[in-house]
Ligand binder design. Structure first.
Ligand SMILES: [Zn+2]
Length: 85
């Protein structure tokens, strides 16, 4: 395995657990970890594929959270408009 960041050899160090919230429920899953000795960091290919590298929400759950936030802001704006008109 080659590290995609530095091109040095990366070795498999086994599976590591991570919990994420999906649209349906919280899910604990194991994912494969490659460790780059040059950078001293682990890499989780499935996190990149699923879009959960920097998040604990799946892509679908992030979309719903975002839409919910927009709806709440619009509701607040409508309440303000009613109070000020
Ligand atoms: Zn590297």
């Amino acid at each position: 395995m080659t590290c995609p960041h530095c091109g040095e050899a990366a070795r498999c160090v086994g599976d590591r657990g991570k919990g994420v919230t999906s649209l349906l429920r919280w899910v604990q899953r194991e994912r494969h970890c490659d460790h780059c000795g040059s950078r001293g960091q682990g890499r989780y290919p499935w996190d990149q594929t699923l879009g959960t590298a920097d998040h604990r929400l799946t892509a679908g759950a992030r979309e719903v959270v975002s839409l919910t936030g927009i709806q709440e802001k619009l509701s607040a704006m409508r309440r303000i408009e009613r109070c000020t008109s």
